[in-house]
Ligand binder design. Structure first.
Ligand code: AP5
Length: 223
């Protein structure tokens, strides 16, 4: 499947993308995670991106388009979940061009995650992220087994710098101004699928699968 997950910061794109990727074996490409990893490692890309991310601004188009070009070329047609890309009309147009270059492998569905702003602020303020791997938790809604410790790799959990109140407000504004035009961009192409992402994580996941027409394997009868 070739999917794009669209939606404001904190709607749960990453949470759902990780789960779907694991269950269906589809690679998840998260530009936010790639940029954070580069910042953790102190690479030139990470150093360039960090000041934008900490301020809640978008990293320049040419930088993220370059990242996606490289990632898509590594996939060998395995499908993908793009989580957090595209985020501007220029990025969406670049993605269309890249997919055309690789043959008739366009996007199949763009899932638009919808959550009211007050719930977004609650989710982002309570989010805790692993300091070492991409795992994500929430202080009340997605708790780790041991407080403050990642279930997957045992590293300490931290609050992302851009999950502080002022930066959350800046990110929501950037979303309204630069990313929300993509809703019409994809609606006009007949690719947009709306998903109410307000319910609990498991419910949203089942609704997402249904929206994408994904069935679970029936248990085989014994004997
Ligand atoms: P990025 O990491 O992509 O941030 P984002 O889009 O702002 O998305 P988030 O990671 O904040 O939220 P999410 O929707 O994935 O929610 P999550 O599942 O974590 O980007 C960070 C920065 O990188 C950007 O600001 C920008 O600077 C740069 N960048 C990235 N891509 C770029 C691009 N294409 N162009 C330019 N710059 C780019 O869930 C949030 C919380 O809610 C968690 O605690 C989770 O446990 C909880 N939760 C999830 N679902 C539910 C639910 N159903 N009920 C209750 N709680 C839930």
């Amino acid at each position: 499947m070739r999917l794009v997950f669209l939606g404001a910061p904190g709607v749960g794109k990453g949470t759902q993308a990780q789960r779907l990727a694991a269950e269906e074996g589809i690679p998840q490409i998260s530009t936010g995670e790639i940029l954070r990893e580069a910042a953790r490692l102190g690479t030139p890309l990470g150093l360039q991106a960090k000041s934008y991310m900490t301020a809640g601004k978008l990293v320049p188009d040419e930088v993220v388009i370059g990242i996606i070009r490289e990632k898509l070329s590594e996939l060998n047609g395995a499908g993908f979940i793009l989580d957090g890309f595209p985020r501007t009309v220029a990025q969406a147009e670049a993605l269309d061009r890249m997919l055309q270059e690789n043959g008739p492998h366009g996007i199949q569905h763009v899932v638009n995650f919808e959550v009211p702003n007050n719930e977004i602020v609650r989710r982002l303020s309570g989010r805790r992220s692993c300091s070492s791997c991409p795992a994500v938790y929430h202080v009340t809604d997605a708790q780790p087994r041991r407080e403050g410790v990642c279930d997957k790799c045992g590293a300490p959990l931290v609050q992302r710098e851009d999950d502080k109140p002022d930066t959350i407000a800046a990110r929501l504004k950037v979303y309204d101004q630069q990313t929300s035009p993509l809703v019409d961009y994809y609606k006009n192409r007949g690719l947009l699928r709306q998903l109410d992402a307000t319910p609990p994580i498991d419910t949203v996941y089942e609704n997402l699968r249904r929206l994408l027409g994904l069935r679970r394997e029936e248990a085989r009868p014994v004997g």
